[in-house]
Design a protein around this ligand. Structure first.
Ligand code: PHE
Ligand code: NA
Length: 451
């Protein structure tokens, strides 16, 4: 049967800290290290960060709590969880599985770039302080045909192998060691980046909002980024919550996880953007920002090569602890509902994602002239559909199902372990989930449809 251990019970996290680390591991990933700095760079820096924070408070914490609670209550995968609340709503879970499928297909391409940069760090090829040269090198990699696809394949394979290992064995163990390591490294590197000559401009760019830069495009990007970064809106936290035991403190977890995630995103921004300004590069340069500015920072550090190797390794581990959660959402559904073996599910789904990812990868080279949504190439279109449409839509529907169909009273009862633990903000959360979340997401959607 599905996701059961030898004693015939549903698999569970080994410890409370194990769950927090695994959930934080899902949240902290390329979304923070790679995507957040370049989204901020593209969307006016501080303006984006300000809107990001507003969205984080309006929907981030609220939906994190809603997803974990729904998962633990039902002890089921994303689709099963919705179905258990009401048969009419199980398609919301399916929408989430679809989003996860799309995201991992291109996420794995970026994961592949990271592996390539580990190799480049070892070979000393990155020991260059000139951001333009580094930009050229990055462009060469991603516009290639076979090379980026091979690295994409390697990333996908590693993800598949860990997910075959199951929850406690693969996912939880690795997070316990790697998450703290990542945090320490990133603080050290941020200190170096922020003390580069000219770095102050970058810090200002990231933290001082220019209100005139705020428009509906920026708001939609920030909303999408909150969902993407917190792994919300696709049932990932439902799935992880379903492996929780009944005595976990959900309100606490739902606060700590977004805080960790946001801290890492800000630190990444405080590495990349100061370096952009210190090396006279363009903040709006796009998806390459991390790969271009970081090596330039390492070149200015004692033991730069060592830092470079270690750091890209940690980026890889952060990416893997997220990619495994993306794959797990799809696998958990197929294993629970179709009653097929975990190995078979992982192989089939992983291979299909790999194929879509090939198109995403080629969209920086051979297929770069194909544009799908609003002038975006295949890669950006997949990201746009998943992050800016499917995830917020999934979040909106989650609010409706938890707030109105299941009902906040029952949800609060579950979240507070039947009143055994304190959940002071419960009345406030009920308003957020029933009204503020759905209204805020709808307004952003409607406004961006109107253009
Ligand atoms: N939150 C992950 C990141 O920031 C990406 C992700 C999205 C993971 C959705 C799971 C679900 O990199
Ligand atoms: Na994240």
């Amino acid at each position: 049967m599905a996701n059961l251990n030898q004693d015939g019970q549903r698999e569970q996290w080994g410890s409370k800290i194990g769950f927090i680390l695994a959930a934080a591991g899902s949240a902290v990933g390329l979304g923070n290290l790679w995507k957040f700095p370049y989204m901020a760079g593209k969307n006016g820096g501080g303006a984006f960060v300000l809107v990001y924070f507003i969205m984080l408070f309006l929907v981030g914490f609220t939906l994190m709590l809603a997803e974990i609670t729904l998962g633990r209550k039902t002890q089921l995968n994303a689709i099963g969880a919705y179905r258990k609340i009401s048969k009419k709503w199980s398609w919301v879970g399916a929408l989430g599985v679809l989003a996860g499928f799309i995201i991992l297909s291109y996420y794995s391409v970026v994961g592949g770039w990271v592996i390539n940069y580990i190799v480049k760090s070892f070979s000393g090829a990155l020991k260059i302080a000139d951001a333009d040269v580094l930009g050229g090198m990055f462009g060469n990699l991603i516009s290639g045909t076979t090379e980026p696809i091979i690295y994409h394949a390697i990333f996908m394979l590693i993800t598949m192998i860990i997910v075959i290992g199951g929850i406690g064995g693969g996912i939880e163990k690795s997070s316990k060691i790697l998450m703290p390591g990542l945090f320490i490294m990133i603080v050290i590197i941020a200190l170096r980046a922020m003390t580069l000559p000219g770095a102050v401009e970058g810090i200002k760019y990231l933290l001082v909002p220019n209100f005139s830069a705020i428009n509906i495009g920026v708001i939609l990007d920030a909303l999408g980024q909150v969902f993407f970064s917190l792994s919300l809106g696709m049932g990932c936290m439902i799935t992880y919550g379903s492996y929780l035991s009944k005595d976990t403190n959900i309100p606490e977890s739902a606060t700590v996880i977004p805080l960790i995630d946001t801290g890492v995103a800000l630190l990444a921004g405080l590495i990349v953007l100061p370096a952009v300004f210190a090396f006279g590069y363009e903040p709006s340069a796009g998806p390459g920002l991390l790969f271009i500015t970081l090596p330039a920072v390492f070149a200015q550090m004692p033991l730069g090569t060592l830092f470079s190797i270690l750091f890209f390794f940690l980026v890889l581990f952060a990416a893997l602890s997220s990619s495994i959660s993306l794959l797990e959402v799809c696998v958990s559904y197929v294993v629970d509902e179709w009653k097929i073996k975990r190995k078979v599910a992982v192989s089939g789904i992983g291979f299909a994602m790999f194929l879509i990812g090939i198109l995403a990868s080629l969209s920086f080279g051979r297929l770069s002239n194909i544009t799908i949504i609003g002038g975006r190439n295949i890669f950006d279109s997949l990201d746009f559909v998943a992050s800016n449409i499917l995830l917020p839509l999934g979040g909106l529907l989650l609010c409706i199902v938890v707030g109105w169909i299941w009902g906040t009273d029952k949800a609060i009862k579950e979240a507070s372990n039947d009143g055994k633990i304190e959940f002071k903000l419960a009345p406030f959360w009920a308003i957020l989930v029933k009204w503020v979340g759905p209204v805020a997401i709808s307004i952003v959607f409607i406004r961006s449809l109107l253009g």
